[in-house]
Ligand binder design. Structure first.
Ligand code: ADP
Length: 360
């Protein structure tokens, strides 16, 4: 339908141009011819009216023959060009409409054919880029849903086990209640962490940055973790700090990052090991390191360690109680506060997680 309308419009435009050309030529040609005729007759010294009207008739019949021969051909050519142009536009629009329908149906894998390098081609390219982005979002969503379902299944089956044991009288009520409470707390933590991850990914974390003294922040973290480290037989040390270093950060979020790194260090460092907290100055940032003498991260897992729910050793990590998003959250928060995060690790020797934050 659109093709027919485009074709007729294009063709009509070309025909109007042809008719205008004809009208101008009809108007101008006899005038030019007559002035030329006058000059020729004067040169020849002839005043014959008969010769003059004969030559004018000759022009008339030449023009008519030329028009009759060329107009249908020009009309056909205009039709051909109109057909080609209309087909190109209507094909692109049809392609776009098909692509949009596929997206509306949730099919993101199709890509449009890009022809030429005009506006229609760049529209098709933009459309493909949009489809690619939507495909990634959809993939992301599906992965997230299946990970969440998987993560929730573990505490849920534990809860089911404890409640059955309680019903069968296999577990004393106090013991069952303690287990159930622990699992419920783990689920609550997981849900809070997930909500934070989604806010980080949507770049919607609320931050209240202010000047934070590194020493005070480290002391707060050490106090919070001293008992847990002692209980596990892991030494927690603080390297001497460069004098009066201050950061520009949200103090609560900074504590959350330190907590995630310290709890990981504790989780993956066997008794007898040690964890050292240190800070160093860079030109515009402060670099903070949490180094442990723990199990280390195998090389093949290192590139994916900051991904949501990625665990180097799933059985061990799940058993030791992490929600699997600790590093995702820590990195997201550091980046939201204008810093970067990374690590170095060697199996059997330990890991050093570092992050930078702007200096106050
Ligand atoms: P989890 O809650 O499982 O600890 P994280 O996102 O905090 O999740 O960490 C992801 C994975 O990175 C962990 O499962 C573990 O395999 C690895 N990891 C993190 N920190 C350390 C560390 N200090 N030493 C060794 N492995 C670590």
């Amino acid at each position: 339908m659109m093709f027919v309308r485009l074709f007729i419009t294009h063709w009509l435009v070309a025909l109007v141009a042809l008719v205008a050309l004809l009208a101008f030529a009809e108007w101008l040609a006899p005038r030019f011819y007559r002035s030329h005729l006058e000059q020729m007759m004067t040169l020849m010294g002839s005043q014959s009216l008969e010769l003059r009207s004969d030559l004018e008739r000759g022009l008339r019949s030449t023009l008519t023959t030329a028009w009759l021969a060329s107009l249908p051909l020009a009309g056909l050519l205009a039709g051909l060009m109109a057909w080609l142009a209309s087909r190109r536009i209507s094909q692109s629009v049809r392609q776009l409409a098909q692509g949009s329908r596929a997206i509306a149906l949730g099919q993101y894998q199709n890509r449009l054919k890009v022809q030429g390098d005009d506006e229609l081609a760049s529209l098709a390219q933009d459309f493909n880029r949009m489809t690619e982005a939507l495909e990634k979002v959809e993939q992301h969503r599906t992965e997230l849903l299946s990970s969440v379902a998987h993560e929730l299944r573990t505490p849920l089956s534990a809860l089911q086990g404890y409640s059955e044991a309680l019903a069968d009288g296999v577990l004393p009520p106090e013991q069952a209640a303690a287990h159930i409470e622990r699992e419920v707390r783990a689920m609550g933590r997981l849900i809070d962490d997930l909500a934070l991850v989604s806010r980080i990914e949507a770049q919607a974390v609320e931050l209240h940055p202010q000047v934070v003294a590194v020493e005070a922040a480290f002391q707060e973290a050490l106090e919070r973790y001293a008992t847990a480290f002692e209980a596990c037989g892991v030494a927690l040390k603080l390297n001497p700090l460069p004098s009066s270093v201050a950061l520009w950060a949200d103090p609560l979020r900074l504590q959350q990052v330190l907590s995630n790194l310290l709890s990981n260090a504790l989780r993956y460092t066997p008794a007898g090991g040690e964890v050292v907290l240190s800070a160093s100055l860079q030109s515009h940032h402060v670099r903070i390191c949490v180094c442990d003498t723990g199990v280390g991260i195998p090389l093949e897992h290192q590139p994916r360690i900051f991904e949501r729910f990625y665990r180097a050793d799933p059985a061990r990590s799940r058993h030791t109680g992490g929600s699997g998003v600790g590093l995702t959250i820590a990195k997201g928060l550091v980046e939201a506060m204008g810093g970067q995060m990374g690590f170095e690790s060697e199996v059997g020797k330990g890991s050093c997680f570092w992050f930078t934050l702007p200096r106050a």
